[in-house]
Design a protein around this ligand. Structure first.
Ligand SMILES: Cc1ncc(COP(=O)(O)O)c(C=O)c1O
Length: 387
């Protein structure tokens, strides 16, 4: 059987660009290369029109209005703009932010920076599945709280937070609610109105779009959210994100979100079946295997497991030519620190070093996951032989 090696199963780190997305982007690199700000001539007008269409595509998939979508360089920048922007804009109202310990570093480190400059931040714990308790969120609110930032889906363990409930609590107390939805948008239905979301970060390269492009949804009414800019310049994106617009990237992001909006339901069922079967196969062979994350409230394409006693770095090294999976989140793979997410759900340092994350994607087939199971078994048995 011919297979392409190594097989890619790391879609939480990034995804390949969908050929339909690439096709939509290509003209904007060369033929229609205009600056979307130069609307007084044909080149600029065509680019501006393409940006307008992409804004509508993004808004449609999130059930937002197109003027509520702001383009950025990715979810990291969107998180920074949302958190720093609210902290500054609402400083006269209060200086307290609520977030949780399993957030991506783009949120955690932004909040830690705010702490350093004198703001107050509550980092809520999570339960054994990585779920934050909405009751604890409500209890943490004070009259100085200006922002609650809780991610929709965790990038390591795939746990999906009770976002709608948390948003409702935020609104009950007049607090702005931000969610980092980089791993959720395009994978699970997201509806900013229904889910009580005021600010939402998303990224192109997690949804078969290009790298280096993302967006921030900013609610324009009930409540209207105002943000202080964190970058200064030409005043693009209504002054919230200055800098010449990345037109090909924006076109790609719009197309990727449009496709995801139409196709995500189909893939979800398939992924859930495959990840469940994979875990069951591991359990049959290694009864001590542990599932990380919630058994049902999780991203269908995510599987994160600990193989106690098996160093994940050694496993990944053996699998190098066959299977591309991750030992943790991509942003921290160079670090020898145990995953802050796994520690937060109660794994020991040793267990954390035995975790591997699978992120299935559109390019995987039924055959792939069967072969992946065999690759893993072979590599683990090889490690066990030398123990
Ligand atoms: C939950 C989450 N937030 C933020 C980011 C950063 O996204 P970007 O690479 O678009 O800056 C990632 C990417 O790993 C992520 O998974």
């Amino acid at each position: 059987m011919e297979i392409k090696r190594p097989m890619y199963m790391d879609s939480h780190a990034t995804t390949p660009v969908d050929p339909r997305v690439l096709e939509a982007m290509l003209p904007y690199f060369s033929e229609t290369f205009g600056n979307a700000g130069s609307i007084d001539h044909a080149y600029g007008a065509v680019a501006a029109e393409a940006v307008k269409k992409a804004r509508e595509q993004c808004a449609h998939t999130l059930n937002a209005n197109s003027e509520e979508i702001y383009f950025t360089s990715g979810a990291t920048e969107s998180d920074n703009i949302a958190i720093l922007g609210v902290a500054d804009q609402y400083a006269s109202k209060g200086d307290h932010i609520i977030t949780c310990v399993t957030e991506h570093k783009a949120v955690l480190d932004t909040c830690k920076h705010l702490q350093k400059i004198g703001k107050s931040v509550t980092f809520l714990p999570v339960d054994q599945y990585g779920l934050v308790d909405p009751g604890a969120v409500e209890d943490a609110i004070t009259d100085k709280t200006v922002l609650i930032s809780i991610m929709t889906a965790n990038n390591e363990i795939g746990t999906i937070a009770p976002i709608k409930e948390i948003g409702k609590i935020a609104h009950k107390h007049g607090v702005i609610f931000h969610t980092d939805a980089a791993q959720a948008v395009g994978h699970i239905p997201m509806d900013v109105k229904n889910m009580n979301i005021d600010l939402l970060s998303f990224s192109g390269h997690k949804i078969y779009g290009p790298k280096g492009i993302g967006g921030l949804y900013v609610r324009s009414s009930n409540p209207r959210v105002k943000l202080s800019p964190i970058m200064f310049g030409g005043g693009q994106e209504k002054g919230i994100r200055s800098g010449t617009l990345n037109v090909p990237g924006i076109v790609g992001l719009g197309k990727a979100l449009e496709i995801a909006g139409k196709e995500m339901g189909k893939a979800e069922k398939q992924y859930r079946q495959w990840t469940t079967q994979m875990f069951d196969a591991f359990k049959d062979e290694y009864p001590s295997v542990m599932l990380n994350g919630h058994p049902t409230k999780r991203l269908a394409h995510n599987l994160n497991v600990c193989f106690p006693g098996i160093e994940s770095k050694a496993l990944l090294h053996l699998l190098r030519d066959d299977l591309s999976i991750s030992a943790g989140s991509a942003c921290t793979t160079t670090s020898v620190e145990p995953s802050h997410v796994l520690l937060a759900i109660g794994r020991t340092v040793e267990e954390s070093h035995s975790a591997v994350r699978f992120g299935l994607g559109k390019n995987n087939t039924e055959k792939d996951f069967v072969i992946a199971i065999e690759f893993i078994k072979k590599a683990i048995n090889c490690i066990l032989k030398f123990k």
